[in-house]
Design a binder for this molecule. Structure first.
Ligand code: NAD
Length: 249
């Protein structure tokens, strides 16, 4: 085993309470593009800000067109070796929680119990009404959009319906952030996996863990602005690296 992977393995073995912090990079090996890699989503589209979604029917239609265009990829995606390794850390009691910026639900599919997945940017596998909070299923919304081409509205209250994600410019979910901060404060090892660590406030969470005394490991194929703060940096592919360090296939 390479030295840095062996070092990661030792840190995992000696840790008492791990918090795993994940970004889009953990899901690229499942076929879901990230935002900032070459070929990533931002190389093709500019983000649509929350205010534009609220104000403008065409922005809403474009948001939904993009979401429906990703539907097959999201539905076909299965957890990869990285997700399986994270789920194994939770199952054996080493990791208390997975704090994720991801919106694809793959940590839950890989077997991490819902209560131990903290989604700070929400979830795109379903939608909610921005007025009354009613849940809406993507499949039904897609069928209606294909019929009439208008952005979906809530059949209960006529409010705007949006994927249950946090857009740029939209408030962070307060309860999820509070739980994430508590997990960061309680951990003695934070594994930041597959995140460019540039999107705030989420990227502040591993910083908070480090400030509260946890060791910080960054596993990402590219450099991140927090590398200097980390106790160990692995510029490697996630699945093979975490798989080897945790001992799962
Ligand atoms: P990001 O795109 O900014 O960064 C991903 C990082 O992962 C990059 O630095 C890239 O080099 C690295 N990476 C990609 N594949 C890798 C691999 N196989 N091995 C090692 N490193 C790899 O993503 P982020 O930091 O999560 O950015 C924030 C936003 O992206 C989040 O808000 C999240 O909601 C959103 N997002 C989520 C998904 C998803 O749910 N799967 C997909 C795209 C974007």
């Amino acid at each position: 085993m390479e030295q840095d992977v062996a070092a990661l393995r030792r840190l995992i073995e000696t840790a008492r309470r791990i918090v795993v912090f994940t970004g889009a990079g953990i899901s690229t090996e499942s076929g879901i593009p990230d935002f900032r890699s070459p070929g990533g989503i931002w190389t093709r589209h500019n983000p649509i800000l929350f205010d534009a979604f609220l104000a403008n029917e065409e922005a809403r239609r474009e948001t939904w067109r993009r979401r429906f265009a990703m539907d097959q990829v999201l539905r076909a995606a299965r957890p990869n070796r990285g997700h399986v390794a994270v789920a194994a850390l939770v199952a054996c009691g080493k990791a208390s929680a997975v704090v994720t910026q991801n919106i694809d639900g793959l940590h839950q599919t890989s077997g991490v119990p819902d209560r131990q997945v903290i989604e700070v940017h929400g979830n795109t596998t379903y939608a909610t009404c921005l007025e009354c909070g009613e849940r809406h299923e993507i499949e039904m919304l897609a069928a209606a959009f294909a019929r009439d081409g208008t952005a979906p509205r809530c059949n209960a209250c006529d409010g705007l319906v949006k994927t249950a994600t946090v857009s740029f410019g939209q408030a962070m979910p307060a309860a999820a952030m509070a739980r994430a901060e508590a997990e960061m404060a309680a951990a003695d090892l934070c594994l930041a996996v597959g995140s460019s660590l540039v999107v705030y406030p989420a990227a502040g969470l591993p910083v908070a863990a480090k400030r509260r005394g946890a060791l910080l490991v960054i596993l990402n194929r590219e450099e991140t602005p927090l590398d200097d703060l980390a106790d160990l940096v692995l510029r490697r592919e996630i699945g093979a690296t975490l798989g080897a360090a945790v001992g799962v296939q």
